[in-house]
Design a binder for this molecule. Structure first.
Ligand code: 6PG
Length: 235
């Protein structure tokens, strides 16, 4: 992206209100233009206040489809399940919240193929992909590790794939499915929400490295042709 803009907030609550407003606007515009909105939202802790705010917005939720941008391969209802967290906020609003992992499948590659097949039926490109960032530079569940090249350079039509992070993230040491880099960078809007000094440094370093960046978030930023807003709060 040639246009990266940082938005700084005093705290997580202020960031949540601003990002929720932006997402609400994107949803409304998509519904106006195409009658429906399809958005991908990240897992993890940072976005929870955003979801809290967003879910209280007056929107035509019945026209909104929400998918997790990545998912841990765990049963529905598990505290690690990203779609379970999303469902708590947005199912009561009437949105369609789509699980992407068939939890009966244990082979992560097969889970990825199944997520990909499911996603082929959505309206593409996504209206929005909101991304989080890990301290190792991962975004969605594109991790440095054995499946990295495939996530980055797989066929353009592949929306999702299974990945085995190596090393495993300590907070959720399980295989995942993730949107592919092609699906992420094809979205009509790309936004990042991060918290903390450490992650800010990770993202700034990735931006400096540009196309040669080894980090997943660096590659996402280098590959998208869209302007990207990066929202940041100190906590
Ligand atoms: C997931 C994520 C992941 C997340 C970062 C940041 O692991 O499910 O989608 O990419 O956004 O790990 O997570 P925190 O906000 O919890 O630090």
């Amino acid at each position: 992206s040639d246009e990266i803009e940082w938005w700084e907030y005093d705290d997580a609550a202020e960031m949540a209100a601003a990002v929720a407003d932006d997402i609400g606007f994107i949803i409304e515009s998509a519904i106006d233009a195409r009658g429906a909105a399809v958005i991908a939202l990240p897992g993890g802790k940072t976005p929870l206040p955003i979801y809290d705010k967003l879910s209280s917005a007056k929107l035509e939720w019945k026209r909104v489809t929400i998918i997790p941008g990545d998912e841990r391969i765990v049963p529905l209802g598990d505290p690690l399940s990203n779609v379970t967290a999303l469902a708590k906020f947005f199912l009561p609003k009437g949105a369609r919240v789509m699980p992407i992992v068939p939890h009966a499948i244990e082979d992560y590659k097969a889970a990825g193929r199944s997520a990909d097949a499911l996603m082929q039926d959505l309206h593409w490109p996504l209206d929005l992909c909101l991304l989080g960032v890990g301290s190792d530079g991962h975004t969605a569940s594109i991790f440095p590790g054995p499946d990295y090249d495939e996530a980055l350079t797989g066929p353009k039509e592949r929306r999702a794939l299974g990945v085995m992070p190596d090393p495993m993230p300590a907070d959720a040491p399980v295989p995942r499915v993730t949107l592919s880099m092609a699906a992420i960078t094809a979205a009509r809007a790309l936004m990042i929400a991060v918290a903390g000094k450490e992650k800010r440094a990770v993202v700034e370093a990735a931006i400096k490295e540009g196309k040669s960046s080894k980090s997943p978030i660096g590659q996402a930023l280098a590959r998208t042709e869209l302007p990207v807003d990066i929202h940041w709060a100190p906590n």
